[in-house]
Design a protein around this ligand. Sequence first.
Ligand SMILES: Cc1ncc(COP(=O)(O)O)c(C=O)c1O
Length: 380
Amino acid sequence: MAANPSAAACDDPRIVTRALAHIDLVALRHNLARVRACAPHSRVMAAVKANAYGHGAVPVARALVAAGTEALAVACVEEALELRAAGVQVPIVLLEGVLSAAEAQIAVDEKLQIAVHSPWQMELLQGACASAPLALWGLLNTGMNRLGFAPTEAGALAAAIAQHPAWRLHGWLTHLACADDTGAAETLRQQARFDAALEGLAGERSIANSAGLMAWPSTCADWVRPGLMLYGASPVAGQTAAALDLRPVMQFESRLIAVNAVGSGARVGYGATWSAPALTYIGIVAAGYADGVPRALPSGTPVAIGSRIVPTAGRVSMDMLAVDLGPDAREQVGDTVRLWGDGVPAEAMAARVGTIAYELFCGLGPRVRRIFHGGVGDGA
Ligand SMILES: Cc1ncc(COP(=O)(O)O)c(C=O)c1O
């Protein structure tokens, strides 16, 4: 939901949408099939936090559940409530657990599974829900040093949970810090610490994110927790999504709203950082950093117009960016410009500004309209 409705994507048919994110649920299902192929013996807990990485939590969750996804993972209670309100019934895991007694009660009422990561959370649950039916995951810190109990505390945590007859220890989670790096032995060290900590303890196990399940098959365990690969971006450093047979789910598009001839030496955009080497046509695209195109994007970043790849020219401004169409431009006002998606991977644009596709997807602005294609999420 957009914070400011007046700035949100508009459904009024009289209004031309400037920037669109086409969300291809067929591609999403294809990518889910890739998860199944890489982790044939694991169940899938799909990460749909952060509005399904900017793709639209409800339609994405519906499509994943209809395709057989066994569980969903979100960061917080609000995200889980949005899914429950939309009728999503599968188990939902709160990856950061709950932050208050009232949230714990919501988790009980909505049958949400809670990942407990810290002693203060156990105290909170013991105070607020000692006899309520809780489904818990124990989150262990095996080396990322972000969240989780120390591996040596796993036994005590299991015992503390077992003291409450209504509580159920569903399983154990850990999160990999370096799985995207196929040369980093840290992944196997984390796995070894996890396995050693849980020796003799009951409960299902979950280690792998997208990179883990694609690059480190031994981390697949009982449950895999893919996010990025479901959305069709490569989770593995140095490998393209196409090489991994992943299909981009999001096509982020805008349109040309002006095509202007400029002479040699003409400068374009704020700060006059780009100048035309010769006579050329400049196309003005109706999407800027308010829509999620990073302002730091350097001139020369490729975007697609039809089958043609053209470079950006000058600084990205709030609502627009410029592209160099060249001296023989055939493009016209109204033509569609693909900022990322087929032929122009989000990972490639992200790399140009020193970030990752996750951040581009999550940074889509509130006035970008999402249009869902190919599934149970249509029109949602
Ligand atoms: C705990 C946890 N599990 C799974 C995921 C999914 O990771 P990825 O999108 O890299 O597959 C995340 C994402 O940040 C996470 O925090």
